[in-house]
Design a protein around this ligand. Structure first.
Ligand code: HMG
Length: 393
C-alpha cells in the first residue's frame, strides 16, 4: 500500500523594500480624503523600492534567511515566481541562486501568470516532492506593483518577496488535496513588454477577481473539498486588503451564508496585517497573508485548516487548503518580519515621486545606482546590458 507523504511549507520568510510611503501623504498630495485609502481600499502604507533594490534583492534576502536556518541539503529546485521580470530570457532566480550561494546541483526556472504563479510553483513543488520525498524545493515569489503616478491604481502599489521551503513533513503547513482551479481569458490587468507600469481596468479587475475566485471555489467543492465553515481562516490574494473582504463575502454568499461586514473583517483581520502596510506584492501577496495569519493569530492554530485563495489577472485562480502543524510557532519569524517592516524609511511625497520617475538607461552604458538600501543585498547597477548585484552586509 502506498503512503501519501505529508508535503507542504516548512519555512516562510518575507522581505520588503528599504522605503515606504504612508498613504496619507498620497491622499494629501491628490487632495483626496485619506479615509478612501485607509477605509475604502484598506491600505495604510505602501513599500517603495530604493534605486538599488529590485525583485532580485528582495528575493535574495528572503531566500538567504531560509538557507541560514535550514541549510541547502536536499534542495534540488528553485522556482521563481514573478510578474515584474527583469529579463525576457534569464530567470531572476539564477541571480538569487548565485547571491545566496546555492549549490550548482539545483535547477532554476521562472514562472509567470500575473499574481498567480507562486501558487502554481507551490503545487509543482509538491508534485516534485511526491515523486522523491527526500528532495526540497525553494519557492520564491517576488514582485513590485507599479502604476502610473496619478492613476487610480497608484494607491495599490507595493513590493515584497516571500520565500518558502517546501518539503515532506513540513513544520508549518501541509498542502491538502484537492485544489480548485479556474482560467478565463480576460483583459483586466496586463503589462505589455514595453511598459514599466501596469495597465488596468480597475472595476473590471474586481469583477474578474470575484468571478475567478468563485469559479475556483466551486471547482474545489465539486472535487470534494471542505466547506467554508471548515476553515479556521482563509488567506486571499490581497491587491488591497478590502479586496479580500469582497472575495470572502462572495464565497460566503455562494455557500449560502450572509456574514456582516464586521464578521468578515474579524475573520480576515490576522491575514491582512502585513499586506495593509506593504501594499500589493502580486505573486507574494497570498503568502504574505499566510505569514501574517501565522505570525499574528493569538489562539493556537495547530490542526486548523487554512484556505489559500490565489488570483492572477488575465486570469487564473486557485483555491486549496492546508493544515497547520504541531509546533508551528517555534518555526515562525515574527520578530524578523516586524523589525523589517518597522525599519523602513518613510518617504515624503516629493521623494517618492522622484523614485517613481527614475528610469534605467537602455543603451548598455555603465550606470551605478545610488547607494541607499540598508537591506542585505543591493542592485549595484548596469554595464554592457548586464545587471550587477552585491551583498551589503
Ligand atoms: P478607485 O476607482 O479610485 O476607487 O480605485 P473607488 O472610487 O472605487 O473607491 C474605492 C473604495 O473606497 C470604494 O469602496 C469606495 O466606496 C470607498 P467599495 O465600493 O469598493 O466597497 N471610498 C471611501 N471609503 C471611505 N471614505 C471615503 C471613501 N471614498 C471612497 N472618503 C481601484 C479603486 C481598486 C479600482 C484602483 O485602486 C485600482 O485600479 N487598483 C489596481 C487594480 C486592482 O488592484 N484590482 C484588484 C483586483 S485584480 C487583482 O487582484 C490582480 C492584481 O493583483 C494584479 C495581478 O494579478 O497581477 C491587481
Amino acid at each position: 500500500e502506498s503512503v501519501v507523504p505529508r508535503i507542504g511549507i516548512h519555512d516562510l520568510a518575507l522581505a520588503t523594500s528599504h522605503y515606504a510611503l504612508p498613504l496619507t501623504a498620497l491622499a494629501d498630495h491628490h487632495g483626496i480624503d485619506p479615509a478612501k485609502f485607509t477605509v475604502g481600499i484598506g491600505q495604510d502604507v505602501m513599500s517603495v523600492l530604493g534605486p538599488d533594490e529590485d525583485i532580485v534583492t528582495m528575493a535574495a534576502e528572503a531566500t538567504s534567511r531560509i538557507i541560514e536556518r535550514n541549510g541547502t541539503d536536499g534542495i534540488r529546485t528553485l522556482l521563481f515566481a514573478t510578474e515584474s521580470g527583469i529579463d525576457q530570457s534569464k530567470s531572476a532566480g539564477v541571480y538569487v541562486h548565485q547571491l545566496v550561494g546555492l549549490p550548482q546541483q539545483v535547477r532554476v526556472v521562472e514562472l509567470k501568470q500575473a499574481c498567480y504563479s507562486a501558487t502554481a510553483a507551490l503545487q509543482f513543488a509538491v508534485g516534485l516532492i511526491a515523486r522523491d520525498p527526500s528532495q526540497k524545493v525553494l519557492v520564491v515569489a517576488s514582485d513590485v506593483a507599479r502604476y502610473d503616478l496619478g492613476s487610480s491604481g497608484e494607491s495599490t502599489q507595493g513590493a515584497a518577496a516571500a520565500a518558502m521551503l517546501v518539503q515532506a513533513d513540513p513544520a508549518l503547513l501541509t498542502v491538502e488535496n484537492p485544489a480548485g482551479v479556474f482560467t478565463e481569458d480576460v483583459m483586466d490587468f496586463w503589462r505589455p513588454n514595453y511598459r514599466s507600469t501596469a495597465l488596468v481596468d480597475g472595476k473590471g479587475s474586481i469583477r474578474a477577481y470575484l468571478n475567478a475566485i468563485g469559479g475556483a471555489w466551486e471547482d474545489y467543492r465539486a472535487q470534494g473539498g471542505a466547506s467554508l465553515e471548515d476553515f479556521a481562516a482563509i488567506c486571499y490574494h490581497q491587491p488591497f486588503t478590502k479586496m479580500a473582504s469582497k472575495a470572502h463575502r462572495h464565497l460566503a454568499v455562494l455557500s449560502g451564508a450572509n456574514p456582516t461586514p464586521d464578521e468578515v473583517a474579524a475573520y480576515l483581520a490576522d491575514t491582512m496585517r502585513y499586506n495593509r502596510v506593504i501594499g500589493n506584492s502580486y505573486t507574494a501577496s497570498v503568502y504574505v497573508a499566510l505569514a501574517s495569519l501565522l505570525d499574528h493569530h493569538e489562539g493556537d492554530l495547530t490542526g486548523a485548516r487554512v484556505g489559500l485563495a490565489s488570483y492572477g489577472s488575465g486570469s487564473v485562480a486557485e483555491f486549496f487548503g492546508g493544515v497547520v502543524q504541531p509546533g508551528y510557532r517555534e518555526h515562525l519569524r515574527v520578530a524578523e518580519h516586524t523589525a523589517m517592516i518597522d525599519s523602513r524609511v518613510m518617504l515624503d511625497h516629493t521623494a517618492y515621486e522622484v523614485l517613481h520617475k527614475t528610469t534605467l538607461p537602455e543603451d548598455g552604458r555603465e550606470y551605478l545606482t545610488a547607494r541607499e538600501t540598508a537591506r542585505p543585498y543591493r542592485f549595484a547597477g548596469l554595464g554592457d546590458h548586464q545587471r550587477r548585484y552585491e551583498r551589503t552586509l
